[in-house]
Ligand binder design. Sequence first.
Ligand code: PBG
Length: 344
Amino acid sequence: SGASPAISRNNHDGVWVQQRPRPRRNRKSEGVRAMVRETIVTPANFIYPLFIHDVDYCQDIISMPGCQRHSLDSMLREVGEALELGVRSFVLFPKVDDNLKTNLACEAYNPDGIVHRAIRMIKSKHPEAVVCTDVALDPYSDQGHDGVVENGEILNDVTVNQLCKQAVSQARAGADIVAPSDMQDGRVKAIRDALDSEGFTNVSILSYTAKYASAYYGPFRDALDSHPGFGDKKTYQQDPANGREALLEAALDAAEGADMLMVKPGMPYLDIIRRLKDYSNLPIAAYHVSGEYAMIKAAVEKGWLNEKDVVLETLTCFRRAGADVILTYYAKQAAIWMKEDGLY
Ligand code: PBG
């Protein structure tokens, strides 16, 4: 009689691998998988970015197939359809006429500017919609920068002053959440003070806390015609090589009164999302940016990826990494897919 063989027979005369813990048992059916699933994504987690322009037709954005610059009427329809699907939050990005662009970007706080009219339209038709606005000068800047330029430099404090006027004007138009994406120092505190002093204590600040100087914003800049007029944005946006700097920004934004912290871009920065989530008790948002959207669309067009599967996986991964909120151009489409699947 020798040692029993490594693989023996069981009482049913089958192969017996002597393995008690079997993680596969928790994956054996969709019912069991759903029971133990850690991460859920719902359309309520999304903020849907919408591009708008001041003409009465829509225009496709070549590098973002499926996205358009909307006329205000078309934007309103899109908001209505998304709301029906459970997407409740929106962020507006304007394509501004060249002849309205200046270095000081004063059009950013024109009370009759396109964003202000868009906010009023949405809030009067759909008061329950959560309207977020981008606080940044680049769509209005003849320099193509997120700040006022002097001698080739982006001036921090002069810019912050302009951002305060912009944020207050958006609040006055009815914005629920203002989202500064400019990466100037001290802007969250200044904007909080400006909002409060005007009585807008209930308007939230979703801060672009860790916004990187990324090559993934290209298609967005196509959409808004907002490519930098000179140089790049590396003197104000973060170096993609740095992680700890995001924690420094998070500490400042929280102390300055931010209500939510955002990481941008998304997929290549999941580690930053996780670190901010562990570090702060504020809700964390992730921006699945234009370049990430374009990469998926391009691969799908080639027939190399299954769009629905890869998008729903990506959105789940954002949530698993720690994002409470996801800004994504796929918001409406993902909600349609979730509905098809009977999820929500
Ligand atoms: C600019 C802004 C950018 C995006 C959102 N706000 C571009 C930039 O910083 O140049 C990019 C979003 C995207 O790529 O989807 N204030």
